[in-house]
Write a protein that binds this ligand. Structure first.
Ligand SMILES: Nc1nc2c(c(=O)[nH]1)N[C@H]1C(S)=C(S)[C@@H](COP(=O)(O)OP(=O)(O)OC[C@H]3O[C@@H](n4cnc5c(=O)[nH]c(N)nc54)[C@H](O)[C@@H]3O)O[C@H]1N2
Ligand SMILES: Nc1nc2c(c(=O)[nH]1)N[C@H]1C(S)=C(S)[C@@H](COP(=O)(O)OP(=O)(O)OC[C@H]3O[C@@H](n4cnc5c(=O)[nH]c(N)nc54)[C@H](O)[C@@H]3O)O[C@H]1N2
Ligand code: SF4
Ligand SMILES: [Mo]
Length: 747
């Protein structure tokens, strides 16, 4: 029978509500859910292709286990037997640090990815922990950790109410937004302009977002921290600093002004290629606007001074009195956050509690740089055990991280590797066991991670639109079994994993005098939990103990899973509200404006004033119909302008004798690739751009459509040595490259 089913889209951070037309176990049409309390019917071309992506025939249906060197279909029991033997063998022989855990981006888009990896990490107790964050937003975590004492406290621009948005290194018209969950980000920018607000975009490319802006500043790649420091400098210089109501909760304003004194607009102008006059004007506008918000993303994170730039974004919001107020940048409060606590000193945030074995990179937020994974596997000349087994969940670092060729070899030499992945791709082809999750239509959805970054507080849950096909295993169960197999409890019931979490969480809650369930019987509370299985019961638990929860009866109208299920289009929890000082966990109990690790990194920024590499630098780009490395197998989402071409300015092309469409050799520190030239004045002089996630021509993969137009792996140009030192984040933008025409092309 044809019917419709709701599903929150997992394909980007916007979390749009979709209405799927379902017939005979398949998705027909897809439209945006007009009744969704948050996305209000918005949908993009990726969401519209959700059915095609979901039904991709190359998605694996059964586990694969390597026998005699070859990956063959196997039963789930055989697969988990092999995982237990493989991981435990390495742990017992070499210790837990010899097992690397690698988590990729889609973990923030699945319930399983939120609920189980923390248990895997805690159970295995390995320090060899890597995620896509160190190719992405780790600088923001570090800056938040240092400023607020909480690496997860990330303020988001109040898109719906701000009068002035300064956006750096983000292209939400293609990406649909990041660290700022906002369905219809493009519409919100248009609405900002329609209500008389101002949009400034800082990007070396004239992106679709930049075209929408009142002003586009084509900054030189990698110099946002200098530009932002100069804005701060002007605020101090021209007596425009006004911290406003936040003043009692902020320390270090004076010290900050002194520390940034030498970064005047005149001093940074040459390095940034932005005239001093423009910088002064930007600063004055920020200060003069009734409300304003500064927001930076990939182009300001994955650069040599990513942490400083991320910190300066918040510093500007603070100095203009716009942090934590409507129209500025605010901290969301999601339904599964911990209930807010009373203000006061916290434990603070520590960096570098341990270091990586080979490169001696400091940990950040418990993670080591993903760019250092290969060396941690293939280097045995340094003291300590190399990584000999890898557990990869939703990760494709062979394409996403620097120097995929080296990682390819390293992964191939492992004693054991398991990938939880729907595809046999560039990374999972190295695994001894591949555990495929079901397609999204067979999985329920709740945004544990992204609701905490949303521009409006709201909560939505969509149960699985379709039942699991025979032979399928829910990803939550796959990960629960993986936790058991990897931690020496192979064979135990996966439900025991969830039951243990429930027991521990309730145990803590009843002992906490501030909890609404203080003093109650945990067993009785556990019996009250609803849900079809462990993951749903855990969701119910988090909702009920959360800031909007029913507290197991303490607040009659509060949230619970039952209430959420009764509101299939979600529940609006209102606009973002001020959360300071309660949210602060710094040792001082204040916003620490000039933390020591930041101050210690300023001399490096000062040196950057004078360093200006000659020659071309490379930046990335995203296409609306792409998603990192894994959607190139869906025909509806490929072709047209979604191609792996090298964007170059007409003058640079002419100087190098390059003709549109010709192949060009691009050389970087880590290697060389050949891609077709696309000449466009949408990019500034001196800068070229290649998208990431391409390079689908490796043998042993099973992504037939992607392999037809493989593109090249931009990250092969990197050797993995360039990192933002505070966060361990790879420098993926502003990378020096050389170009050479490919002679054969002219015949
Ligand atoms: N040069 C350059 N490199 C970049 C970037 C850049 O801008 N420029 N961006 C970086 C960023 S921001 C990120 S986040 C990383 C992403 O890096 P990764 O996370 O390594 O890559 P993804 O392509 O997002 O996909 C990871 C894997 O998840 C699998 N997958 C998809 N859906 C599911 C699911 O539901 N469950 C499971 N278990 N697996 C699933 C896919 O098949 C794929 O193998 O790339 C980074 N790399
Ligand atoms: N369609 C699509 N959507 C996606 C993804 C995708 O692959 N495709 N990936 C998702 C993921 S994992 C993430 S993290 C987000 C990322 O979301 P965004 O941050 O919006 O990502 P990008 O589109 O890469 O935009 C980064 C911009 O920074 C610019 N840039 C490069 N270097 C610099 C610099 O030094 N300074 C400044 N100011 N700008 C610079 C680039 O030209 C580019 O336009 O997108 C998510 N959404
Ligand atoms: S904007 Fe993102 S969440 Fe919304 S439909 Fe498109 S891919 Fe899905
Ligand atoms: Mo990302």
């Amino acid at each position: 029978m044809p019917r419709t089913a709701l599903r929150i889209c997992p394909l980007c951070e916007a979390t749009c509500g979709l209405v799927l037309a379902v017939d005979d176990g398949r998705v027909g049409g897809v439209r945006g859910d007009r009744d969704d309390v948050f996305s209000r019917g918005f949908i993009c071309p990726k969401g519209a292709s959700f059915g095609a992506a979901d039904a991709d025939p190359d998605r694996l249906r059964t586990p694969l286990v390597r026998k005699d060197g070859e990956l063959r279909e196997a039963t789930w029991d055989e697969a988990f037997d092999a995982v237990a033997a493989g991981v435990r063998g390495v742990v017992e022989r070499y210790g837990p640090d010899a097992v690397g855990i690698v988590l990729g981006n889609p973990n923030v888009h699945t319930m399983a990815g939120a609920l189980y990896p923390p248990l895997l990490l805690a159970g295995l107790r390995t320090r060899s922990f890597f995620t896509a964050s160190t190719l992405d937003q780790m600088p923001k975590h570090v800056s938040s950790g240092l400023l607020y004492g909480d690496a997860l406290a990330i303020p988001v621009p109040d898109l719906d109410r701000t009068d002035h948005l300064l956006l750096l290194g983000a292209n939400p018209l293609e990406s649909n937004g990041s660290l700022c969950t906002a369905p219809d980000f493009p519409g919100k920018l248009k609405a900002l302009k329609a209500r008389g607000g101002t949009l400034t975009v800082v990007d070396p490319r004239r992106t679709r977002t930049a075209k929408l802006a009142d002003r586009h500043v084509a900054v030189r790649p990698g110099t946002d921290a200098l530009l932002l420091a100069a804005l701060v400098c002007v605020l101090f210089d021209e007596h425009l600093v006004d911290v406003g109501e936040l003043a009692p909760h902020v320390q270090g304003v004076g010290e900050l002004g002194a520390a940034l004194r030498d970064f005047s607009p005149e001093a940074v102008g040459d390095a940034c290629d932005v005239p001093a006059g423009v910088i002064r004007e930007l600063a004055r506008e920020l200060a003069a606007a009734p409300t304003s918000a500064v927001y930076g993303r990939i182009g300001s994170c994955t650069v040599p001074h990513g942490t400083l730039a991320s910190w300066l974004v918040d510093v500007l919001n603070i100095l203009t009195g716009n942090l934590d107020r409507a129209g500025g940048a605010l901290f969301p409060l999601s339904a599964t956050d911990k209930a807010p606590r009373a203000a006061g000193p916290g434990r603070g945030f520590a960096l570098g509690r341990w270091r990586s074995r080979v490169g001696q990179h400091p940990e950040a937020k418990g993670e080591l740089p993903l760019a250092a994974l290969a060396e941690e596997i293939d280097t045995s000349t340094v003291e300590g055990e190399p990584i000999r087994a890898v557990i990869a969940v939703a990760a494709n670092p062979v394409l996403s991280a620097p120097d995929g060729d080296r990682l390819d070899k390293a992964l191939d030499a492992l004693d054991f590797m398991v990938s939880v992945d729907p595809y046999l791709n560039e990374t999972s082809r190295h695994a001894h066991v591949v555990l495929p999750p079901p397609p999204p239509t067979q999985a329920p959805h709740f945004d544990f991670a992204l609701n905490a970054l949303a521009v409006r507080n709201q909560v939505r849950y969509t149960p699985a639109p379709l039942p699991l096909e025979p032979g399928r295993m829910a990803e939550t169960e796959i990960l629960a079994r993986l936790v058991l197999a990897a931690t020496g409890m192979h064979g135990a019931e996966p439900a025991a994993v969830d039951a243990l979490v429930v027991e521990q969480t309730l145990g803590k809650a009843v002992a906490d005098p501030r909890s609404p369930v203080h003093g109650r019987d945990p067993g009785e509370l556990a019996n009250q939990l609803n849900g079809d299985g462990g993951p749903e019961r855990r969701l119910d638990l988090m909702l009920r103990l959360g800031p909007y929860g029913d507290g197991f009866g303490a607040r009659a109208d509060g949230l619970s899973l039952a209430k959420l299920l009764a509101h299939p289009h979600g529940i609006d929890l209102g606009p973002l509200e001020a959360r300071l000082p309660g949210l602060l966990k710094t040792r001082s109990g204040k916003v620490e404006l000039l933390p020591e690790p930041i101050a210690d990194d300023l001399p490096r920024l000062r040196r950057a004033l004078r360093e200006r590499a000659e020659g071309l630098v490379l930046v990335g780009r995203r296409h609306l119909r792409s998603n990192n490395s894994w959607l190139h197998n869906v025909p509806a989402l490929t072709g047209g302008s979604n191609r792996c071409t090298l964007h170059i300015h007409p003058e640079d092309a002419a100087r190098l004798g390059l003709v549109d469409g010709d192949p060009v050799r691009v050389k970087g520190a880590g290697g060389a690739v050949t891609a077709p030239v696309e000449i466009t004045d949408g990019i500034r002089r001196g800068v070229v751009s290649l998208p990431h996630g391409w390079g689908h021509d490796r043998p042993g993969t099973r992504m037939a459509h992607a392999a037809q137009d493989p593109g090249v792996n931009v990250n092969q140009l990197l050797d993995g040595s360039l990192l933002d030192p505070l966060s361990g984040t790879a420098v993926l933008n502003g990378v020096p490259v050389e170009l050479a025409p490919v002679p054969a092309a002219r015949s």
